[in-house]
Design a binder for this molecule. Structure first.
Ligand code: GAR
Length: 187
């Protein structure tokens, strides 16, 4: 099968990257990961790129040309899908325009609820009964692009920040790959 050339952006632990690498190693999964980009040089998630010999690039967001450098690399590798997997920087409007309809993000809440950061704290404060994650297209507005897939679960009575994060991320690993199989993308 011809797999779509993809790039995963990370900033931290990279456990979603790990799950995507796992899926992409299946013959029938529609993407291959050609590049990993991190805005943090010490992001633990880079270990997964190294382990699976996936080229990676560390970017310095203070460099005014950093997005141009990413775009150049992405074009060189004929990347047709960007997966934001815990990438904690907002991409510029110009970057998004250049890659319209080809950037997806995973977010740890049931959007449109709890956009932005500190999702778990806010959910618990509000005594929510449902938590989950959302995979969505990225547009110019934060966490507001078209939703591809959401997965939810019940918040238990004695839920803590830690348990909520663990349960959410477990849900994310399935949701991200499932969402990718629903996309209509080609090289
Ligand atoms: C994930 O839970 C993801 O939903 C979240 O960061 C975590 C990254 O974990 N993303 C956001 O909050 C984006 N707004 P990981 O590095 O272990 O994949």
């Amino acid at each position: 099968m011809v797999k779509v050339n993809s790039c995963v952006f990370i900033s931290g632990a990279g456990t979603n990257l790990k799950a995507l690498i796992g899926s992409s190693r299946n013959y029938n999964f529609p993407i291959q990961i050609k590049l990993v980009i991190s805005n943090k040089k010490n992001a633990p998630g880079l270990a997964f790129a190294k382990k699976y010999s996936i080229p990676f690039m560390i970017i310095n967001v203070k460099d005014s040309l950093f997005e141009v450098k990413i775009l150049n690399e992405i074009r060189k590798k004929n990347i047709n899908l960007i997966c934001l997997a815990g990438y904690m920087k907002v991409l510029s409007k110009t970057f998004i325009k250049n890659f319209k309809g080809k950037i997806i993000n995973i977010h740890p809440s049931l959007l449109p609820k709890y956009k932005g950061t500190n999702t778990f704290e806010r959910m618990l404060e509000n005594n929510e009964s449902l938590a989950g994650c959302t995979v969505h297209y990225v547009n110019e507005k934060l966490d507001s692009g078209k939703i591809i897939l959401r997965k939810s679960f019940q918040i238990s009575k004695n839920e803590t920040l830690k348990s909520l994060k663990i349960k959410t991320q477990k849900t994310e690993y399935k949701a991200f790959s499932e969402a990718i199989t629903k996309l209509h993308i080609k090289n």
